[in-house]
Design a protein around this ligand. Sequence first.
Ligand SMILES: NC(=O)C1=CN([C@@H]2O[C@H](COP(=O)(O)OP(=O)(O)OC[C@H]3O[C@@H](n4cnc5c(N)ncnc54)[C@H](OP(=O)(O)O)[C@@H]3O)[C@@H](O)[C@H]2O)[C@@H](O)CC1
Ligand SMILES: [K+]
Length: 599
Amino acid sequence: MQIHGHSSIDKKHPISLYSSKQLYAMEQAWFSEGHDSFGLMQQAAWQMAKHIEQLYEKKYLNHHSSASVNFSHRHNHQYRVSIWVGKGNNGGDGWLIAYYLKQAGWQVQIVTVGFEDSDFSNSDSDQVNSDKSDTTAISNSKSSITDAQKALQVARSANCKYERFEDSQNDLRSTALQADVYIDALFGIGLDRTPEGIYKQAIRAFNELTEQNNGLAIAVDIPSGVVASTGEVFDRIAIKADATLCLIARKFGLHTKDGVDYSGQVTDIPLIPYQVDNVAFEPVAKLITTGQAFSPRRQNSYKGSYGHVLVIGGNRIDGSQGMGGAAILSASSSMAAGAGKITVACHEAFHGALLTSLPDAMTINLHDAQGVQHLIKAASVVAIGMGLGRDDKAQALFVNYIQAAMTAKKPIVIDADGLYHLASLQLKNDKLISQLREYSTDNEVCLTPHSGEAAKLLNKKIHEIESDRLSAIKLCAQTYGGNWVLKGAGSLVLERGLDQEQVYVCGVGNAGMATAGMGDVLSGVIAGLLAQQDLEPEMRSLHQAVIIHGLAGDILVSQTNQYNSGKSDRGHLLIGQRGLQAQDMPVAIRHVMQLLVDS
Ligand SMILES: NC(=O)C1=CN([C@@H]2O[C@H](COP(=O)(O)OP(=O)(O)OC[C@H]3O[C@@H](n4cnc5c(N)ncnc54)[C@H](OP(=O)(O)O)[C@@H]3O)[C@@H](O)[C@H]2O)[C@@H](O)CC1
Ligand SMILES: [K+]
């Protein structure tokens, strides 16, 4: 059961995102100042117990919207919670949540995973997991038992019922496992490998039970199975949470790659300062969900005030049908984003089609090298690569036009086949790569690969890119220079400043946008913004373009979106995620541009 995705995010302020290494460092800094680690776990659990009750009551009231329901249902229905605990500190949180919810009158059932009978011993002198490192189980200074073990004892002393998953897994329909709320406290930021054996079975069973019972699934800190620093889920084994209660600081992995699909609504429980020796930790990235407001245009302006985008692409290689659509989509999106003028350098075979769908554009033959070079000098921005083709002839054009754009000192956007050529030039140690890297230190160069293209650019396998997207985008920027978008769920944007770089995670957009042509649309929006010299740098930035693109996609598919009356311009039918087409985007982009002026 989904509450409402990521819509609870405070839209105005970017949210700082951290890696698990940073989280452990924050905790250690806090403990080294003399603060008690078990005290922190108690704080965490106490606050989570309160949030769990609120989330459940919100769900209950949503389902019974009649005012007469009020909270009186409490008298005839005791809330039931099933808390699944693992052996690390995430499990420790779970045991203490059980304790607090029991105190609050809930019917509590704990399911342990990976525990032996000896783990339930009462004796304080038990050496529990004494081989663990400081970071995976913080031992208490006064006794040898871990915080997680202490938490277990607290719950047991309060007579919280528990059973081993290993003993009950064949009887998942038993009343003991029926609940209103299911809490996932199996793994937190300590997960570092594929959950196998009993853990895999437990995660599957947890998901099945919540589904069958229409239970509310709440993850402690992060859904078990999602890697906090990367957002990766191994073999699709992870808890599917309706809500995540995120402890201390927001994890990067909740908002990119698979994490986006598993985390549900994220609530922060900050607990401690993000600093060591009074110096704040630098987040690895910032989550953005809305764009900068645009200032209205001056009355006294003309088309030249808003720049001239030159789109170079849309080739037709001998014997092929060609890729004219890529250039058309890019050009129409540039205009939708507010560019004053567009010229498209594409194969002559597509000039007719281009003018039919975009009569505002001018055209030139892609293979007219002299003419295109001349236009490069006149343009404000050059966007190159969309449907350019990958043969040697296309590569020669690419090199030629990039050289011309660098000589003319123009902002350059490189996408699709342009990225393919860059990758092959890099393999050949071609001097264009170092020239472009050098050029990008003083001039705007934007590059926009998806994971497959990034893999080519870095000469790696796609799964290597996917398993650590943050490192991949940084390596792209190091190798080629420039500002980057790594497209995908929770697209990453890397922008380089004078002496530092900033990574953003795009918190908008949807799976309907995973279709052909969407990348061409993005390249157009980027170029369209860059062309508008009247805008402040932040309003023309790469992350602004990515947000506009994502918001436009969301407007098209969201039935409840505040901006959408339930109609679109395509035959007044609402468009869903399935079947959303890149050609639907320009109208939505125009809409977003207007909303950002109004906001
Ligand atoms: N520090 C504090 O006081 C506070 C901490 N807090 C909480 O602690 C959480 C971090 O706790 P944690 O470091 O103990 O890690 P956690 O995620 O529970 O699991 C690690 C255990 O899982 C195991 N393991 C890993 N992967 C596995 C796999 N695939 N399959 C099987 N086993 C696997 C791993 O085993 P090992 O590698 O040692 O074999 C280890 O035993 C954090 O998310 C927050 O909830 C809050 O209470 C605030 C106060
Ligand atoms: K968890």
